[in-house]
Ligand binder design. Structure first.
Ligand SMILES: CC(=O)N[C@H]1[C@@H](OP(=O)(O)OP(=O)(O)OC[C@H]2O[C@@H](n3ccc(=O)[nH]c3=O)[C@H](O)[C@@H]2O)O[C@H](CO)[C@@H](O)[C@@H]1O[C@H](C)C(=O)N[C@@H](C)C(=O)N[C@H](CCC(=O)N[C@@H](CCC[C@@H](N)C(=O)O)C(=O)O)C(=O)O
Ligand SMILES: Nc1ncnc2c1ncn2[C@@H]1O[C@H](COP(=O)(O)OP(=O)(O)OP(=O)(O)O)[C@@H](O)[C@H]1O
Ligand SMILES: C[C@@H](N)C(=O)N[C@H](C)C(=O)O
Length: 438
């Protein structure tokens, strides 16, 4: 069995890390993980044959088969990956900004990276690689050429953020918000608050810096709770409350326009909704803290244009689609629906799919969503998925279509023109597939 130090010296000989033979790059370190479908150990030889320099395995039989001494045996592949990332992180001397939250992590991460990228060689989590596998992979992709890192941390149960903090060891941190997401695994909204609070706990225990949205009463209360419990021999995190500068929302739809009064600038962005303005404020605060000029920060935010099914505004023929189909939960659905309801347009249609991972709160949350939609007076409401039938009680006029295939057919039979259309649902619903039919 290799120690973490021994493993690290092998890692330094490699060009990167891959956990998947479908994505092997020359001279990478292949790490065999066990998943729901496969045992990665069975792919070790294939990884080496495809160009991996070493294969980290936790099956002694696979290691015994040798392959020129290029199989590295550890007791647990996942734990070894995490330990390797933790070790690598300790070699960084630059700031690591860690962020979590129920909603807006990826968008805020992209905005922060765009802003910091104006002054620093910035590494940011690629896509959504934010879990117990993704965070180690993110850390291990960071090289000494960078000057700052932005690491997204996702969770759907307690102690996960604690684990991810032990790997990423953030010097600075941000919780975007605490909302009704992943209620099943967290055990309700109080569980979400506790689970996300593990980031503040880490920053507090290590005397690091925390960025707090002063308008968010939950986040400020979470910070104060930790201030009260801190022991005298430890230093609590430095807290940067934002927004401090006079930046005002001018328009929230179809896209956010804000006014930076201190610098006499109106900034037109590509993102819709007040909630995205909150994400922008976080990026501006972090940029200001790290010395990015307001003009450069505003330009970075104005230029950010999502292509990831999150808050995407797509003009197609005479229709304008707000494609927000990456994920959905009660908080983000409510934010998106309220924002869409406030959008000026002559005809508005919503196509909404199930919200996943709500456990025994699912039925009530879908029903509450129905009541919210009923008060919004949309021209057409289309609901898809098994759970959305609970929203129907308040929406007798809605079209209910249980599966996606039937939804595509329905849309082909009911073409729309001159319409604003909101498309949103959980990842498993994959509602971006409706766009070709609109
Ligand atoms: C383990 C793994 O990485 N699986 C990926 C794999 O899945 P697949 O079903 O094919 O196989 P297995 O998982 O059974 O495979 C075991 C290993 O074998 C490898 N392998 C398989 C076949 C093959 O031909 N060759 C192989 O080498 C395989 O790669 C495994 O190492 O492929 C899928 C398709 O690419 C991947 O989707 C799957 O990735 C899983 C889901 C994963 O966790 N990936 C992380 C790198 C990651 O960060 N993914 C993010 C999504 C993160 C997320 O959902 N975040 C949540 C909050 C966190 C919740 C947390 N508790 C959790 O459960 O994850 C959020 O709300 O944000 C991403 O991909 O975007
Ligand atoms: N500050 C916010 N408050 C509420 N909802 C938000 C906020 N920011 C974004 N959203 C909603 O959440 C959706 C997903 O955004 P984003 O992917 O940035 O969040 P996320 O936290 O990274 O989600 P995930 O972890 O599932 O990737 C957006 O398209 C929007 O509907
Ligand atoms: C895909 C994952 N990050 C996520 O957000 N899951 C929830 C349940 C969703 O898809 O809405």
């Amino acid at each position: 069995m290799l120690s973490t130090e021994q493993l690290y010296s092998k890692f330094l000989e490699c060009t990167g890390v891959s956990t998947d033979t479908r994505r092997i790059t020359p001279n990478c370190l292949f790490v065999a993980l066990k998943g729901d479908t496969f045992n990665g150990n069975t792919f070790a030889e294939q990884a080496l044959a495809s160009g991996a320099r070493y294969a980290l395995v936790d099956d002694p039989d696979v290691a015994d088969r040798g392959v020129g001494g290029r199989c590295l045996l550890v007791s647990d592949g996942l734990l070894a990956l995490q330990a390797l990332a933790r070790h690598h992180r300790q070699t960084f001397t630059f700031p690591v900004v860690g962020l979590t939250g129920s909603n807006g992590k990826t968008t805020t991460k992209e905005l922060i990276a765009a802003v910091l990228g104006k002054n620093y060689r910035t590494y940011a989590t690629v896509g959504n690689l934010n879990n117990h596998i993704g965070v180690p992979l993110t850390l291990l992709a960071i090289t000494e050429q960078y000057e700052i890192a932005v690491v997204e941390m996702g969770a759907n149960h307690q102690k996960e953020i604690e684990l991810l903090c032990s790997i990423a060891q953030p010097t600075h941190g941000l919780i975007t918000n605490v909302g009704k997401a992943h209620l099943e695994g967290f055990g309700g909204i109080d569980g979400v608050r506790k689970g996300k609070g593990e980031l503040y706990d880490y920053l507090a225990q290590h005397g690091q810096t925390v960025f707090i949205n002063s308008r968010d009463t939950t986040l400020t209360a979470m910070y104060r709770e930790r201030l009260k419990t801190i022991r005298s021999e430890t230093t609590f995190a430095e807290a940067i409350f934002y927004p401090g500068e006079p930046v005002h929302l001018v328009q929230e739809s179809p896209v956010v326009v804000y006014r930076d009064t201190a610098h006499d600038q109106d900034v037109t962005t590509h993102l819709p909704g007040r909630y995205n303005f909150e994400n922008m404020l976080a990026a501006l605060a972090i940029g200001q803290y790290f010395g990015v000029s307001p003009a450069e920060a505003n330009r970075a935010i104005a230029d950010y244009n999502p292509t990831n099914n999150r808050s995407q505004v797509i003009v197609k023929g005479t229709n304008t689609i707000l494609l927000d189909a990456y994920n959905a939960n009660p908080s983000s659905m409510t934010a998106a629906i309220r924002q869409f309801a406030a959008t000026p347009a002559t005809k508005k249609v919503v196509i909404l799919g199930d919200m996943y991972e709500l456990g025994n709160e699912s039925e009530a949350e879908h029903a509450a969503l129905g009541q919210l939609i009923a008060g919004c007076h949309f021209d057409v409401v289309i609901l898809a998925g098994q759970d959305m039938k609970h929203a129907l009680t308040s929406l007798p006029q809605a079209y209910y279509i249980p599966d996606k295939f039937s939804l595509h057919n329905w849309l082909m039979d009911h073409p729309m023109t001159d319409t604003h259309i909101l498309v949103k649902g959980s990842r498993g619903m994959g509602l971006e597939s409706v766009v070709p039919f609109l």
